[in-house]
Ligand binder design. Structure first.
Ligand code: TXA
Ligand code: MG
Length: 328
């Protein structure tokens, strides 16, 4: 990416217009929120979302927070139980993310949820973030704008060169007011669970919904950010590095596959051209599709362990792991 724009003026319409346009085209945009800077993509575009993981150089898929302009729009993406709605009404716009079940017609890419049936949603308070959301009319999937393993940027000057290069536009809003990531609350049924402490104090949240439960081990909730114990696993078994395929299997191909056509019960190719970003963008959808074929096993062709291939292989290894153990 070559075009880099900066502004410290949140009302600079030209930069916001370019940022909104870039998002619609499927490009990445770095933008400020009141917590930390985010690396954003149109949440509904599979390939755009896959580019986020590639830009961060993540070795695995972590689900992402989708930023929206209002609670009303959030309800198109997620199903809000009463305590979730009460928290949204009390703290949005602001540094609180709510993990709720995806709606049946959720417009967000499955990659946003890393294959889970839930989605993290947040209405940011930052005027620039709000302006970008309103202008683009999108849900913006955005993790913190740092390379994997580095600190979250709270000023545009902190943004790493590799992240700048991956973005079509960098919107500079100066230092972030809160400077700490959002608090994340999920729900076990209607029971609110603290998934990550952050910009809104737990005491403030408890004033609205009562005591928060700690995320239980072995539940669907991560015990700490990124440590998801129970990702979506297909009901079929997963057989990795397949170099042959049986008639009662479904087949997940990658690249120029040498395996015979028409032998498996169902088949998909993650990327016939061997493009790992494209492969990541299809991964969760294709696993679901092949699972729905009723095959007892999904045979998966080998994928390179470079670039996004690392994260794809990590996810496939979890899907192939024995089911009665929690993947770590
Ligand atoms: O303040 C923030 O939250 C910033 C700004 C940019 O909004 N974003 C941020 O994103 O910190 P990120 O990706 O660095 O952290 C999001 C965390 C992840 O650790 C992930 O585990 C959790 O949110 N998360 C997202 N979706 C989830 C889901 N469906 N279930 C459980 N946890 C989820
Ligand atoms: Mg982060």
């Amino acid at each position: 990416m070559t075009q880099i724009d900066t502004t410290t003026d949140s009302t600079d319409d030209k930069v916001l217009a370019r940022a909104a346009q870039a998002l619609k085209q499927g490009d990445l945009v770095v933008f400020p929120t009141e917590t930390v800077y985010g690396l954003g993509a149109d949440a509904s575009q599979d390939v755009a979302v896959a580019r986020i993981f590639a830009a961060k150089n993540r070795p695995n898929f972590n689900p992402l927070i989708v930023h929206v302009a209002s609670l009303e729009i959030a309800e198109c993406f997620g199903v809000f139980c009463d305590p979730a709605r009460a928290l949204a009404q009390a703290f949005w716009p602001g540094p609180l993310s709510l993990v709720v079940p995806r709606t049946d017609d959720c417009p967000a890419s499955l990659l946003v949820s890393a294959g889970l049936d839930s989605i993290a949603l947040r209405v940011p308070e930052s005027h620039i973030a709000q302006a970008l959301l309103t202008r683009s009319q999108l849900g913006i999937a955005a993790p913190s704008a740092n390379p994997s393993g580095a600190l979250s940027p709270t000023d545009a000057t902190h943004i790493a060169p590799s992240i700048r290069e991956a973005a079509a536009v960098v919107v500079d809003g100066g230092p972030c007011r809160v400077g700490l990531e959002s608090t994340i609350v999920g729900f076990e049924g209607d029971r609110p669970v603290l998934l990550r402490p952050g910009g809104i104090a737990v005491e403030e949240i408890e004033k609205i919904v009562g005591p928060l439960a700690a995320a239980a081990h072995n539940s669907k909730a991560p015990t700490s950010p990124g440590q998801l114990l129970s990702h979506y696993a297909p009901s079929a078994k997963v057989r990795l590095n397949a170099t042959d395929v049986r008639a009662d299997e479904a087949l997940l191909r990658f690249g120029k596959s040498a395996l015979p056509e028409g032998r498996a019960m169902a088949e998909k190719n993650l990327s016939p051209t061997g493009d790992l970003v494209e492969a990541a963008s299809h991964l969760f959808q294709y696993l679901r599709d092949l699972d729905a074929s009723g095959a007892c096993t999904i045979a998966v062709e080998p994928l390179p362990a470079t670039g996004l291939g690392l994260a794809i292989n990590d996810r496939l290894a979890r899907a192939a792991a024995p089911r009665n153990e929690s993947p770590s």
